[in-house]
Design a protein around this ligand. Structure first.
Ligand code: GDP
Ligand code: MG
Length: 426
């Protein structure tokens, strides 16, 4: 469901604060999240944002008429193309506001769908998002139709042209949904094939997961952009949210940024959200990024873990927890968190903003993705020159002596290196 036009779109974000509905704090937190989500959309510029208090919801225009007029002036002045309202908006309210403001409007579900459709990578993810978008459109048709029907009711005017059109649209959407569902079932059956093809990626893959705003993209940019930590490897076939990088030493990894968790995700979007996380299933290591300075950090962390568990990931794949944004902590809090994290092998304190703690993270990534090594003693007959050379080239030799039949090597290597060594023929 691409509603955004190509080129740069000027956007304004509105967070309604409905009286007696949400506590102030929830509205503030939703506001921060909505702006972060909006900024994550491609090809847009968030020009402004505003928290709008509402005394009573207007069924016609959602906001009160004074507010609607005031906002109309701002949007005209700022040349706004798209207004994001972080709430459920009825189709009627949407249409009225779009006419009055001369802008396109996205409500909360629409916004999240845009993010998902931008971020869906796997075939299954793309299909799930398409289905969610169609179902969403359909529900809006139904509601619009109910509204029209109610209007016409008094006239006894059934089966007018508007209704026929909506019925036809509904049928078209239903047919499309059935087609997509069939495709999806087929793909689910061949999921193993799909995973096998992912396994062809030549380096270990590392996936970033976590709540929206936790700092996943910042960390992704830090790891892929800064030559201090990594060297960017060109990899034409990869999704733009995936980059191959060369960590210091010879460790190459592919790192992928994923769609973030969103608080109070509309239930009809849950399947689509999970499908966009499909790529995480194929990861060799998961970095769970947490905004440790956020007052809901604990709850968010548990929610992420639960979803990972439900997806069947947590047991097989090693996970590192990133306690991000430590630069925002009070010194005492920082000290105590650092103490705790130092005793946990699977936790890293860092700041993706100033790079604090990132070198420790890189060491931990390396130790988790580099295969385990074990010592062994080998006897290499004198005539096996290639084998001997290979051992030295690959830096596995600890000690070397010779006797009357050949060389005796003490080596330390991984199972893969051992297999490679035995495949060499002299
Ligand atoms: P994502 O939604 O998880 O990808 O989060 P982003 O990487 O987009 O970051 C969300 C916001 O948090 C941005 O404004 C970042 O500048 C900010 N941010 C990210 N990491 C840090 C950090 O370590 N410290 C501080 N102070 N801000 C950060
Ligand atoms: Mg991001």
């Amino acid at each position: 469901m691409k509603v955004l036009k190509k080129g740069n779109t000027s956007v304004w974000v509105l967070q309604p604060k409905i009286k007696n509905n949400k506590s102030d704090e929830t509205a503030e937190a939703s506001f921060v999240e909505a702006v972060a989500l909006s900024k994550a959309l491609p090809l847009i510029t968030v020009v402004g944002s505003m928290l709008v208090s509402i005394e009573t919801l207007s069924p016609k225009e959602f906001f009160g008429s004074g507010k609607v007029n005031q906002l109309a002036k701002i949007f005209e002045l700022e040349k706004i193309d798209l207004v994001i309202i972080n709430n459920q908006i009825s189709p009627v309210q949407q249409r009225n506001l779009e006419t009055k403001w001369q802008v396109k409007i996205l409500d909360r579900t629409g916004l999240i769908l845009e993010i998902f459709s931008d971020r869906a990578v796997t075939k299954e993810g793309v299909l799930q998002v398409e289905m969610a978008a169609l179902s969403y459109q359909r529900s809006r048709l139904v509601r619009a139709w109910t509204h029209l029907e109610r209007q016409r009711g008094g006239l006894g005017f059934v089966g007018g042209p508007g209704e026929t059109q909506i019925e036809a649209d509904k049928r078209a959407i239903d047919n499309q949904l059935v087609r997509l569902k069939r495709k999806l079932d087929k793909i689910k059956k061949t999921r193993d094939l799909h995973r096998a093809s992912r396994a062809k990626v030549p380096f270990p893959t590392v996936a970033l997961v976590g709540y929206t705003n936790a700092g996943k993209s910042s960390l992704f940019n830090l790891l892929t952009g800064a030559s201090e930590f990594s060297e960017d490897l060109l990899f034409a076939t990869l999704d733009p949210k995936m980059r191959a990088i060369n960590l210091k030493s010879k460790t190459k990894i592919i790192i992928s940024d994923t769609v973030g968790f969103i608080s109070n995700l509309p239930t009809e979007l849950i399947a689509a959200f999970r499908a966009t996380l499909e790529e995480v299933l194929a990861a060799d290591l998961i970095l769970h990024v947490r905004d440790i300075s956020h007052h809901n950090s604990e709850i968010h962390g548990l929610e992420v873990e639960k979803v990972l568990q439900d997806l069947g990931i947590s047991d097989e794949t090693p996970t590192l927890e990133i306690w991000n944004k430590i630069d925002l902590l009070e010194p005492e809090m920082l000290e105590s968190l650092k103490n705790i994290s130092e005793r946990k092998a699977r936790v890293c304190c860092l700041s993706a903003l100033n790079g604090d703690g990132v070198s420790i993270l890189i060491e931990k990534i390396k130790s988790l993705i580099e295969p385990e090594k074990f010592p062994e003693t080998l006897l290499v007959p004198f005539e096996f020159g290639k084998k001997k050379a290979w051992l030295h080239e690959n830096g596995v030799v600890l000690n070397e002596v010779y006797n009357d039949v050949g060389y005796e090597f003490d080596v330390i290597w991984s199972a893969q290196q051992k297999a490679k060594y035995h495949s060499i023929t002299d």
